[in-house]
Design a protein. Structure first.
Lengths: 273, 377
């Protein structure tokens, strides 16, 4: 079942228009519209609880949206079954706190689940074996998933996502509990996934570290007061006003050069007026 | 840096080392299942050698099976009409109830669930009570013409009770599933609705019992002790046929249950599994399998709860192995319980439902306490 370079070329992989989502009475997201181009790493920023994760989960039917439309590769997700969607969109959760003892190899093999008709085929096994090699996971391929460290688990989840052969990757705070090395390691892997021109994949990543986002993302989407505050390149989106209004801190923005990613140096919490 | 194309390119060679390790692991897993298969077969043959006819001993059975000895007509009749149905029904009942238990525990994410949790047993009791006490049966309803009625009567002993228990347990499960969905397809809503419906049915059955004659009461009590010695060969083959049709579908759900167990509903959805749909399918199929078994055997409950846990302690939590293993463990449990129940106070036969709890209960406790980190929640 290994399809080769059948990834279609779309001008935008994800199109969101007028998305609205609320938990019961509480409105979380309102009038969210944006598009994601191929080969693009979009970082979703915002303070805790603004609905970064919620937005990510609205894109693959984990959350049922109340209004608006999400189109994936030109098709509305309403018209796609959960199984069809899983072939186009892969989601990597923030952390999988499981005590379920299952081999790492089997977790990655689950990525082939959307393509299975009856049982695992030779192709599926070969794909998984090769992903394990590429991501250098041989060492713990047959260890139990729940005994791995946070960074290792995150890598396994990325491997599982790759096995799904998607064009859109969704990540929910992939670096939130990792050490510095793993943070850069994971984001480099994600960057590598989307920067392959021949494959036109994109990733939407919920993040809380502005500087990591600035360094790795092609586009920054800032959510504030349940709306999109801005959606632009890091050098434009990340300025003093954004940081001050969204994060309520006083900061200086150090620009490396005109087009390079800015570095935010937070000085102090903003004083009450 | 590597390119995604390389991963999905089917022409490149794969690394030998990893493939070897995968193969070794698969062999090890198959060995366990083989071992259980062999022990079930051995106990089955052993059990065939037990019964009131002393001329048919264990060694004799082996001789007959190997074709070294021809049985007399009476012996053949005993073997085919009495012992074979008993042993086969024990295997079918154990396997079906244990599999249903495993799948339901997995899909509802709750280790305390058994096939009887969703009200199957209470529906069956209600059906039996209605048939025995009020003489009411669904097949008396005029929609069934005489043909269906008489054919069923001919093939199934105690037709009224059997059909009633089957239909009523199915009705009750469908009510529970529908009501559970009204409250959202979460695991907990099914369990809570199931418990409520069980109590309501229980109350109706007790009201009926209150007005029952002593004979009716005795018959109902007798029914409620599960036994694998009631059905004849035709019935057993029929049950086996239905279960064989259901089984491959059940095994296919192992993958989906694994995704649920690893990361819950969110993770399942992102892997292409619809958790609500999976739950509904599993509940319907499990209910069907359970209903058909208890319609013929009466209440056999414990195996559906215990066999999945025992299997889990032996082969681990991976549903791809757990589902077949718990079926074998279930078959083994019922077979052993029935064999002991039949020989302990021979010629008095203790019902398998009681024996299961007497032998299985302490064994289950022992396993739980000696290896307590095994079961997952």
């Amino acid at each position: 079942m290994a399809k080769q370079s059948t990834k279609e070329n779309f001008t935008s992989l994800v199109e969101v228009t007028g998305l609205k989502f609320s938990y019961g009475e509480k409105e979380i997201l309102n009038d969210i519209s944006f598009t994601v181009k191929p080969n693009c790493l979009v970082a979703v920023l915002g303070v805790n609880g603004t609905g970064k994760s919620t937005l990510i989960k609205c894109l693959n039917k984990i959350n049922q949206i109340n209004d608006g439309e999400v189109r994936i590769l030109g098709q509305s997700i309403e018209d796609l079954s959960i199984n069809e969607l899983a072939k186009k969109v892969a989601y990597v959760p923030q952390n999988v706190s499981t005590s379920f003892p299952i081999d790492v190899y089997d977790v990655i093999l689950l990525g082939r689940r959307p393509y299975l008709t009856w049982s695992v085929g030779e192709d599926d096994r070969r794909i998984v074996a090769r992903i394990i090699e590429k991501l250098k996971l041989e060492e713990f391929a047959f260890r139990k998933f729940h005994t791995l460290s946070g960074g290792e688990q995150q890598k396994v989840m990325i491997a599982k996502a790759i096995a799904q052969q998607p064009q859109i990757y969704l990540f929910d705070e992939p670096t939130s509990s990792l050490d510095l090395f793993s943070q850069y390691d994971i984001l480099t892997q994600i960057k590598n996934l989307v920067s392959d021109e021949a494959n036109s994949c994109s990733a939407i990543v919920a993040m809380h570290d502005i500087n990591l986002a600035s360094k790795f993302a092609d586009m920054i989407l800032v959510i504030h007061d349940s709306k999109i505050y801005c959606y632009d390149k890091p050098c434009i989106a990340l300025n003093m006003t954004t940081v001050s209004e969204v994060y309520s801190v006083e900061a200086e923005v150090l620009k490396t050069d005109e087009l390079g990613s800015p570095i935010i140096n937070v000085l102090r919490p903003k004083k009450e007026e | 840096m590597w390119r995604i194309d390389e991963v999905f390119d089917s022409t490149t060679e794969e690394s030998g080392d990893l493939a070897d390790r995968i193969e070794q692991r698969a062999k090890r897993q198959k060995f366990y299942i083989f071992l259980m298969l062999v022990s079930t077969a051995l106990v089955a043959i052993f059990s065939m050698g037990l019964g009131s006819s002393k001329s048919l001993s264990f060694s004799k059975i082996i001789m007959i099976i190997l074709g070294l000895e021809t049985p007399t007509d009476i012996q053949e009749s005993i073997l085919i009409n009495i012992r074979l149905p008993r042993v086969m029904m024990a295997i079918f009942a154990g396997a079906a109830l244990a599999t249903a238990g495993t799948l339901m525990q997995g899909s509802l994410g709750n280790p305390l669930v058994s096939p009887l949790t969703l009200g199957v047993a209470s529906g069956a009791s209600l059906g039996a009570a209605l048939a025995i006490i009020l003489g009411f049966s669904v097949i008396d309803v005029p929609v069934f013409d005489n043909m269906v009625y008489t054919t069923l009567m001919e093939f199934i002993p105690n037709t009224l009770i059997v059909v009633n228990t089957f239909i009523f347990s199915l009705i009750v499960v469908f009510i529970v599933i529908k009501l559970g969905e009204l409250r959202g397809v979460s695991a907990e809503s099914y369990i809570l609705v199931g418990i409520a419906i069980t109590f309501i049915n229980g109350a109706i059955v007790e009201s009926l019992v209150y007005f029952a004659t002593p004979q009716q009461l005795a018959q109902l009590t007798h029914w409620s002790f599960g036994s694998v010695r009631r059905p004849d060969l035709t019935t057993v083959l029929f049950v086996g046929f239905i279960l064989t049709l259901l089984y491959p579908r059940l095994i296919k759900y192992s993958w989906d249950l694994n995704t649920l167990a690893i990361g819950g509903d969110d993770f399942a959805i992102s892997t292409g599994v619809d958790p609500g749909l999976l739950r509904r399918k599993i509940l319907v199929i499990s209910a069907f399998a359970t209903s058909i078994i208890i319609a013929f055997t009466g209440l056999i409950g414990f195996v559906g709860l215990a066999a999945p846990h025992i299997a889990r302690l032996i082969v681990g939590n991976d549903y791809r192995r757990l589902v077949p293993s718990s079926a074998l463990i279930g078959a083994l449990l019922v077979l052993v319980a029935d064999t002991i129940g039949g020989t302990l106070f021979s010629p008095v036969v203790l019902p398998v439902g009681i024996m299961l709890s007497i032998i299985g209960g302490p064994f289950f406790l022992y396993l739980l306490l000696s290896k307590r980190s095994g079961a997952h929640g």
